[in-house]
Each structure stands twice: as C-alpha cells, then as structure tokens.
Write a protein that binds this ligand. Structure first.
Ligand code: NAG
Length: 402
C-alpha cells in the first residue's frame, strides 16, 4: 500500500514539531530509501522522524501449507479446533514441505532521531523494534493518556538513541500478501534481516549505523531469536520483551483469542483482506491475553483494542519456527517480562526469565540480565509500569556500551 503525501505538508509537519534547523535539513536528506516520505514525530515529540514505505527485497524458505482461505467462519474455527487438538495431526497434515518465497515487500516504517540533536551523524546506535501479534508499530509509540507517557520512541530519543519501527508484513500500512503461503515467520525474519543490513549500510535513512540493538515484543522477540540464530552479527544486543521458553499456555492463549476472520469482525478496517487474516474476537479476549488489571489505563486499553491488528494462518502454523538456540550469538541479552504475563508464564513469571539465556543464547555476553515488571501483563508498553520498564531497557543498552 502506497500512501500519497505531498512534500508541502511534510515540510509543515517538520516545522510544527520544531526540531532544530540543522536536524530539519538532515532529516529531509535522510529520507533515503523511503518512498513517499513524510515527517512525523513520536507521541511526546521527543523524537523527530521520517515515515514512509521501504521496499524490501527478500527471499525465504517458507512452508508450503496445504490450506486455503477458509470459506466461512465455521471452517476457520475448525482449523483452530484441530490446531488445539493434540491428536488431530493437522500440523503434519498441512505441511507440504519447504518452498522458496521471494518478492519485494512494501514495509511501512519510521526512523526517528532525538529531536534535540542538530545532526543525525552523531548517533551511532539504532534500536530496531519488532512488534508482536495484535499490534503494529504503534506498540512502540503508544500515545500519552491521562498525563502518563507510554511511548518507547520518546524514552529512547530522550536517552540519545535513534529508533527504527515498522509494521510487520501483513499488519498496519505494510503489504498484506497471501496470508497462508507468504505471511509466515521465515519470510518476516528475512525482511527484518534485510532492513538491518540497510540500516548498517545507510541505504535506509542515509546514516550508516554501527550498532543495532534488536528489541522485540512477543512474536517480535521470536523473530529476534530467528535473527540471532541465522545472522548472529545482525544485532549487537538483544532485548526480548514478552517471551520465555514456557509454552504451556500458548494453546489456552489461542483459544482465548477466539480467532475470527478479520473481514467479518471489523469490515470497515479489514473488509478487503482474505479470510486467512484473523483477529482477536473481542476486547475481553484482548484483555485476558495482554493485560493485567488494574495496572493499565482503561481508556488507553479501549483505544488500543480499537486499533487491534491481524495475524495470519501462515503465522499460526509457523509461530515458533524461528525459536532455536543461537549458539553463535555472542552479544548480551536482556529478558523483560511482565510479572503476570498470561501468554508466556500462565500469569506468574517467577523464575521464567532466568531460563531463557541458558537455553537459547548459550554464548551470550556477561552483560546479560533480566527484568520483571511488577503487576504487569504481556503488553508491557501498555501498562502503567512502562516508564520503569523502559528505564531498565535503556540502562541495559548503555551498560553494554551501545
Ligand atoms: C469447509 O468446510 C466444509 C464442511 O466441512 C468442507 O466440505 C470444505 O472442504 C471446507 N473448505 C475448506 C476450504 O476447508
């Protein structure tokens, strides 16, 4: 999907955000690699950003799935019923082996720099942000609510970091290709890899970053693990939010989602999507999996639930595929979970953080650490503890020299 934005509102947008004059000219020149670039800011204005579409060429070994778009909600629901039936054999039955998928995919992205700097060339580290299921890049730039700031883009900019956030393939304003054969874990990891290479070379944004800190949330953390495994030097440091190796509650979680054909659930938003695109059925399912009451702002919850994003049948059948020990990754790892994460801890994360690094990052650097956000559910950034969570994430990045 291409957004048409004339350059005039783009310039006006930059003027409204009042970055320093030097940064304004640098940002305009740093729209390199973006199609239809326009200026934007973070929720709290601490970051000045270039937004737009980047065309990412990628190729991956996806799984040929012997499934088609469900003709009705009955068929869709039956796929999930059998997915959750341990003896159904559906996973093996639909697995048609590996197949190469390639293309150029339009990814909606946002590259931000601290609004306070006069030149982007002084910034050498970018935080590369991969959101999880049910969200798009808004997860990293949640608007303030009732006087509380929730934006990671603001927190990172205040600490002197550039950030790169994007809508994963099949979400937000990025392309929405075949939800069964194309939008799968393997291709999404390759797209992330290509964008990291472009940030390091300067072909996205024009600043050749020397350090990339990979920060994922949930399914985004699974993709960071896939990167560390396949491309161990892509990320200098890794922060995994909303992830443990405890998969005991994943079935319960999928049942809680009540997966619903997106075009039926929210036709105004998703009416044009094939039925392999699903969403969480209700706000109650969203709360159950992602939130811990009363540690979130209910009006913010309703705003975010109204912006819920899709997931695909292709993602469900390849969900944990990238998870394998990243033996060659030698950077530090920070494991960050809500103490009451429903999805990866059955709502009690005690002792879970400490299991991740030994199991998946056996050669991780000594600066590795972990953090439990008290009274917090799976969507850490949407809880009242976000400020403290961000302080820990930024301290980890700085302690490790990035
Ligand atoms: C949908 O369900 C009907 C009834 O079981 C079945 O005959 C049909 O093959 C299903 N279609 C798909 C595409 O799965």
């Amino acid at each position: 999907m291409v957004r048409t934005t004339s350059i005039l509102p783009a310039l006006l947008g930059l003027a409204a955000a009042s970055p320093t004059p030097g940064l304004l000219s640098t940002l305009l020149s740093n729209a390199k690699g973006f199609n239809s670039p326009f200026s934007s800011t973070s929720a709290g204005g601490k970051a000045s950003c270039v937004s737009g579409t980047v065309a990412v060429k990628a190729s991956a070994q996806n799984t040929k799935l012997l499934l088609s778009n469900p003709p009705s909600q009955y068929n869709d629901t039956e796929i999930f019923v059998e997915f959750l039936q341990p003896t159904s054999g559906i996973q093996a039955a639909v697995n048609g082996g590996k197949t190469t998928v390639s293309g150029t995919y339009n990814i909606n992205a946002k590259l931000c720099f601290p609004a306070s700097v006069s030149s982007t060339s002084s910034i050498s580290t970018v935080h590369f942000l991969i959101h999880g299921i049910n969200f798009d890049q808004l997860y990293w730039d949640i608007p303030s609510s009732n006087g509380v700031s929730y934006s990671y883009l603001d927190a990172a900019a205040s600490a002197g970091y550039a950030t790169f956030s994007f809508d994963r393939l099949g979400t937000g304003f990025s392309d929405h290709p075949d939800p069964i054969q194309t939008v799968q874990s393997a291709l999404e990891v390759e797209i992330a890899h290509q964008m990291i290479q472009s940030l390091r070379s300067g072909s996205i944004g024009g600043t050749a970053f020397s350090h990339v800190v990979g920060i994922g949330h949930s399914y985004g953390s699974i993709q960071s693990i896939g990167l560390a495994n396949k491309y161990p030097s892509d990320l200098d440091a890794i922060i995994l939010q909303g992830f443990t190796i405890n998969t005991a509650n994943l079935g319960t979680t999928i049942a809680d989602f009540n997966p619903t054909i997106a075009s039926n659930n929210a036709p105004l938003r998703f009416g044009s999507l094939p039925s392999g695109y699903n969403v969480i059925n209700s706000a109650i399912g969203d709360q159950t999996a992602f939130y811990r009451f009363p540690n979130f702002d209910t009006s913010l919850f309703n705003t975010l639930d109204g912006k819920k994003q899709t997931f695909t049948l292709g993602e469900i059948f390849t969900l944990t595929e990238p998870v394998a020990p990243a033996a060659a990754y030698t950077g530090p790892v920070d494991i960050v979970n809500g103490q009451n994460d429903f999805i990866f801890c059955s709502s009690d994360c005690t002792g879970e953080n400490e299991m991740v690094q030994p199991a998946l990052f056996p050669a991780a650097a000594a600066g590795s650490t972990n953090y439990y956000a008290p009274g917090t559910g799976h969507a850490l950034n949407a809880h009242k503890t976000a400020k403290d969570t961000y302080a820990q994430m930024i301290k980890f990045s700085k302690d490790n020299g990035f």
